[in-house]
Each structure stands twice: as structure tokens, then as C-alpha cells.
Design a binder for this molecule. Structure first.
Ligand code: ATP
Ligand code: FE
Ligand code: MG
Length: 344
């Protein structure tokens, strides 16, 4: 089937066309430049930008893929989780297309889309796979038995997402927003063992209840305290060492828990997705530890890790092929859509 996917959960307007597991074209427009000066996403600004970008982005995807709207077999759209205003813009556009074309509509889960997009790059998952989705809004570990019908959330962050923690630490180090990529760059010049920052939820007492959950807010506070102490003592803050030690703490916890989950569930394929998978400390540590554990690590190129339409079209395509029933025309967008919900 030829599936048109629409993504609008945050600041990216993504539209893509996927046939089977083949991506025909992926068009993305972002309003990040407008948010950067506020130091965070402004939902109202994002909604307006989606509204303006929607039709041109759909036209561009169709044009570049050389596809006529009448050839589209199904429409997939992000139903959640995400910002309600932006989600509603995407859902409205998808609904209009579905009605206009008389083709089925599928409201799908954004976070599961971050895992599904991998199939466009590395091919179908070999049976069971583990997926770690890390971004500015999510840090979620999922067991994927079938990306269209059977996904189990094993754990997620109890507070800040990995990217969010990077952005907050970036702010306290005086780096531009979003701070994540700046910390990554600085960390490469620092000593990851210079400062021993805490590893959240790894203590023995946390294992029973939170074996696969994450917590980064304590780490962020520890970095803030350490930097304050430095300033109080009149010492210059060793920014590269702080960045490297902080990044190492995040990568350590993410990879240790994910690999433990792979072992516990006898899974030997790990998919990492979400915008934070750009992080080089995570990539390096995941590559080393997966090699050691005999796990096949799959991380798609960066443009498929950040929010895009291809991930939604990929999941839509899998869902259509699995014979899942289409969504109601009145798609219920859900800002906090649970991971067990693949389609609405
Ligand atoms: P989502 O709705 O999926 O949470 P998002 O817009 O919050 O979307 P993405 O765009 O997928 O997230 O990723 C952006 C996040 O990733 C930001 O927090 C950013 O700082 C972080 N990030 C991007 N590149 C890097 C990097 N190299 N190192 C660390 N963090 C990074
Ligand atoms: Fe995302
Ligand atoms: Mg983004």
C-alpha cells in the first residue's frame, strides 16, 4: 500500500510517502528557529507554523515522490503523544484528506513511530526487538514483538527526558538553546571520568520497581550544585569536563538499562530512535556495549531520528499491512497517549 504520513506532534511539520517499507519522499518543515529565541517550544507558535506549512509540505512530498494524491491508499497521522494544538492541526489535515480521497485514516503513536522508521532503513525487525526512544520529550524503553500490533513499554523517564536534561544543563552552563548538541561537542574535549555524577535509579533498592525506568532530574541538580560550588570557591568552571562527565552519566544509565532489558527478554536486536540518538556519547557507548553483548544495534541516519513524516508513514504502512482497523474519522488526539496504544 502507498501510505501518506503526517507528523505534527511538536515543532516539525513532516509529510512522507511510504510504499511497503520503501520511503518515496520525506518533506519536513520546522518552526524551531521561531522557538529558539524563547528558549523552548511555544505551542501556539508551533500550531500556527503547522497550519502555514501543512499544504506546502504535502504538495512538496507529492511532487518530489512524483505521486498523485489519487494513488494514496491510506493516510496515517500522529494521534499522540505531543502538544494538543499541533496534534490537532495534523489530525485535521489528515481527516480532510481521508474524507476528500475516500481513503482510510490511521491515527498512530508518535513514540512507536520513532522505532518503526528503522524498518525503512535496515529492513523488517527480525522477530522481537528492543527499542529505546530518546528525545527532548521522551526516554522510553519498549519491547517490540510486532510494531503494528504488539508493543510493551518496559520503562520510561520518571522526570526529565534525556534531551531535556541536556538542554537544562546547557542553560546552566550558559550555552545556546537547545543545549544538547553544544554539550555533545564540548564533552568530546573533556574527561568523562573527571567528576562522578549520580546514575539515577541504578541503586539496588530501585531495581525491583524501576529496573527499566530513568530519572535525570537528580543528575541535573547534581551538576547545578557542582557548578555553583565551583563558582563559590572562585574556581573557573571546567566546562568540557562537566559536559563530558554529565554526558557519560546519561549514556551509562541509558545503555546499561537497555542492555539489561535485552538480556532479560532474550532480544538481540536493539533499535535506537528519537532526536537524542544524535548524541555521540550515547552512540559510542551503545556501540561498544552492544558489540560486547552480541546485540545487533540499529540507529538510523539522524534525519530519521528527529521528528519527521517518514516515521508516521512507516508505522502506518505496517499497521495497514497487519490488517488493523482504521481509526474513527474523529481521531481522538491524546497529548499523553500511552505506549500500549499503537493506533487509536
Ligand atoms: P519529541 O516530541 O520526540 O520529544 P523533540 O523535538 O523534543 O521531539 P527531537 O527533536 O527528537 O525532540 O530531539 C531534540 C532533543 O535532542 C533536544 O533536547 C536536543 O537538545 C537533543 N539533542 C539533539 N542533538 C543532540 C546531541 N548531539 N547531543 C545531545 N542532545 C542532543
Ligand atoms: Fe519525537
Ligand atoms: Mg524536535
Amino acid at each position: 500500500p502507498l501510505v501518506l504520513g503526517i507528523e505534527t506532534s511538536c515543532d516539525e511539520t513532516g509529510v512522507a510517502l511510504v510504499r511497503g517499507d520503501t520511503l518515496l519522499f520525506d518533506a519536513v518543515a520546522s518552526s524551531m528557529d521561531e522557538h529558539a529565541r524563547y528558549g523552548g517550544i511555544i505551542p501556539e507558535v508551533a500550531s500556527r507554523a503547522h497550519l502555514e506549512a501543512m499544504v506546502p509540505t504535502i504538495r512538496r512530498a507529492l511532487g518530489e515522490a512524483d505521486v498523485d494524491l489519487s494513488e494514496v491508499d491510506a493516510i496515517a497521522v500522529t494521534a499522540g503523544p505531543g502538544l494538543v494544538g499541533p496534534l490537532t492541526i495534523g489530525a485535521s489535515a489528515a481527516k480532510a484528506l481521508s474524507i476528500g480521497l475516500g481513503k482510510p485514516l490511521y491515527g498512530v503513536n508518535h513514540v512507536i513511530g520513532h522505532a518503526a522508521v528503522n524498518q525503512l532503513v535496515d529492513g523488517p525487525f527480525p522477530g522481537r526487538a528492543m527499542a529505546l526512544v530518546v528525545s527532548g520529550g521522551h526516554s522510553t524503553l519498549m519491547l517490540v514483538d510486532d510494531v503494528a500490533t504488539d508493543v510493551t513499554e518496559l520503562g520510561s523517564t520518571l522526570d526529565d527526558a534525556a534531551g531535556e536534561a541536556f538542554d537544562k544543563v546547557g542553560r546552566l552552563l550558559g550555552l545556546p538553546y537547545p543545549g544538547g548538541p553544544h554539550i555533545d561537542r564540548l564533552a568530546r574535549e573533556g574527561d568523562p571520568e573527571a567528576i562522578r555524577f549520580p546514575r539515577g535509579l541504578t541503586a539496588a533498592k530501585d531495581q525491583a520497581k524501576h529496573a527499566y525506568d530513568f530519572s535525570f532530574s537528580g543528575l541535573k541538580t547534581a551538576v547545578a550544585r557542582w557548578v555553583e560550588q565551583c563558582v563559590d570557591d572562585g574556581r573557573e568552571v571546567p566546562v568540557a569536563d562537566v559536559a563530558a562527565s554529565f554526558a557519560a552519566a546519561v549514556a551509562d544509565v541509558l545503555t546499561a538499562k537497555t542492555i539489561a532489558a535485552c538480556r532479560a527478554h532474550d532480544v538481540d536486536t536493539l533499535v535506537i530512535g528519537g532526536g537524542f540518538s544524535a548524541n555521540s556519547q550515547l552512540r559510542d557507548m551503545a556501540a561498544a556495549r552492544c558489540a560486547e553483548a552480541g546485540i545487533d544495534l540499529r540507529i538510523p541516519p539522524l534525519r530519521y531520528c528527529t521528528d519527521n513524516g517518514a516515521m508516521i508513514a512507516a508505522l502506518g504502512s505496517a499497521v495497514v499491512r497487519a490488517g488493523v482497523a482504521p481509526s474513527d474519522l474523529d481521531i481522538p488526539v491524546d497529548s499523553s497517549m500511552p505506549m500500549a496504544t499503537i493506533t487509536v
